[in-house]
Design a protein around this ligand. Structure first.
Ligand SMILES: Cc1ncc(COP(=O)(O)O)c(C=O)c1O
Length: 475
């Protein structure tokens, strides 16, 4: 499959050629390919390397490139049915992780993405940071299991409030941090309180760790402390997972007076609070409250942060911040998982965070997110009559929209796909029965603001497809 690059196109061309050749046949030389396809030598080398990695060709230095000889599989496909028996219970929550609608076809307007579009990423500073990191003589050495001291120092400084580098554990992004924290803090079978709605892959990670999520409702001011106290009392849970700032999916910010209440309720229940602070750098320009961990004096809060959202999804660097024996446990899980986070990426993150362009990037990202949020909110209000917008939010990447009565989120998502726009059905965000149908609609993953307006229009058309009688009300 070609990935849109010149070498990808050449590889596609060569695949067509391979289909006409026999195993062992020689491919045209690099020089012939350069001439025939009018590409450079690096493009040819990349295309051949891709085909070799697929096992379609073999290269013999000094001799040329040849069509690979296929292993004889016999005339039947492998019978893997025995695996169904051997695998017994499902250990991983596939349906919570996988997109039920599959990858969208080309041309789809992507309003279901969880990261910022490439044009909003600090691509140049990132490349420069990685290049500098790769030039270090120790670039490929082992890294300390907890992460590079200099990077832990930066993360500690970002949290403030007396957090030291010893309280920081570098992880491969936020998802890895959540998975480590869930497994380190609670054993299989225990209950974990979660906001309702919440981030589906946190639910999946918790369930994969053998935990049983118990939903606690949010309102416009965040998690409700009264219901949280009830939930702790009813379940005896020792763990709460929450996102106090720009919650995914609702965009809600925990109200100032509730912050202390949540901490007090958790403390009184002898419970940990995992604070997922994934959206700290996704504010739309207004004040962003300090993290909950900054108010914690006795090791209640385990704080999760990540650079993937404000920078790029492949800058898989995040951190856990915690005090007390829980950090020892999390370090142990980290070590068991994969020893340490790849060193060049840690060095690159350090370079990026230390460069003057980082603050500039965050400022321009805030301006862009604010404008996009307003454009999509206007589009949704115009195109989805009867729907209710939560907010609109002052940070994050999404709108949370309650659908008009009688409209099913899965049916609308399906109809939207057919109209060429991808959105996320709200039911995935609930640990139990959803109280109403919602969509999460994102404004950060498209190339332009114009696509947002077009996406909202297509969504409106999809709503009419579901119930053509709506059209009159729509016009
Ligand atoms: C609330 C929340 N937490 C954590 C993550 C994990 O992101 P990453 O692993 O890229 O840091 C995401 C990603 O979508 C998220 O939405």
């Amino acid at each position: 499959m070609n990935n849109g690059s010149t070498s990808g196109e050449l590889a596609d061309g060569l695949r067509t050629l391979l289909a006409r050749l026999a195993p062992g046949d020689r491919l045209p030389s690099s020089r012939e390919l350069i001439r025939e396809y009018r590409v450079g030598p690096a493009t040819v080398a990349r295309a051949i390397a891709a085909l070799a990695a697929e096992g379609a060709v073999v290269t013999r230095p000094g001799s040329g490139t040849y069509v690979a000889r296929r292993p004889a599989l016999g005339d039947r496909a492998a019978d893997t049915d025995w695996q169904t028996v051997a695998l017994t219970d499902r250990a991983v929550e596939i349906h919570q992780i996988a997109d039920p609608f599959g990858p969208p076809p080309a041309g789809t307007i992507v309003l279901d993405g969880g990261y910022v579009h490439r044009t909003l990423q600090p691509t140049r500073p990132l490349s420069a940071a990685l290049a500098r990191a790769a030039r270090r003589p120790d670039a490929w050495d082992r890294a300390p299991a907890s992460g590079l001291m200099a990077l832990r120092t930066v993360f500690a400084r970002l949290v403030g409030a007396g957090v030291t580098p010893e309280d920081v554990l570098v992880t491969a992004g936020g998802q890895s941090a959540l998975s480590i924290a869930f497994r380190a803090i609670a054993g299989p079978g225990s209950q974990i309180l979660v906001e309702s709605p919440t981030y589906p892959r946190a639910l999946a990670a918790a369930r994969t760790a053998g935990l049983r999520p118990v939903p606690v409702p949010l309102d416009g001011e965040g998690l409700r402390p009264d219901l949280l106290a009830d939930a702790f009392a009813l379940t005896g849970a020792r763990l709460l997972y929450c996102q106090p700032t720009f919650q995914n999916p609702t965009g809600t910010v925990l109200a100032p007076e509730r912050r202390r209440q949540i901490l007090d309720v958790a403390r009184a229940s002898g419970a940990f609070v995992i604070e997922d602070d994934f959206a700290r750098h996704l504010g739309h320009g207004g004040a962003v409250p300090s993290p909950l961990v900054a108010e914690d004096r006795d090791g209640t809060v385990v704080h999760v942060t990540s650079l993937t959202k404000p920078a790029a999804p492949s800058l898989r660097i995040g951190a856990l911040v915690a005090r007390g024996p829980v950090m020892e446990r999390m370090r142990a899980v980290r070590l068991v998982d994969d020893f340490f986070v790849t060193r060049p990426l840690q060095e690159a993150a350090l370079e990026l965070l230390g460069s003057p362009s980082w603050d500039r990037h965050l400022r321009s990202l805030a301006v862009e997110l604010r404008a996009r949020c307003a454009a999509l909110a206007a589009g949704v209000t115009r195109e989805l009559p009867g729907a209710t917008l939560n907010g609109p939010p002052t940070g994050g990447l999404h709108l949370w929209v309650r659908l008009p009565p009688g409209v099913d989120d899965m049916a609308l998502t399906d109809a939207a796909r057919r109209r060429g726009v991808a959105v996320s059905p709200g039911s995935r965000y609930f640990a139990a029965e959803p109280p109403a149908a919602h969509l999460r609609i994102g404004f950060a993953a498209t190339a332009s603001q114009a696509e947002l307006t077009d996406g909202a229009r297509r969504l409106g058309a999809a709503l009419i497809d579901l119930d053509p009688g709506n059209e009159a009300g729509h016009l």
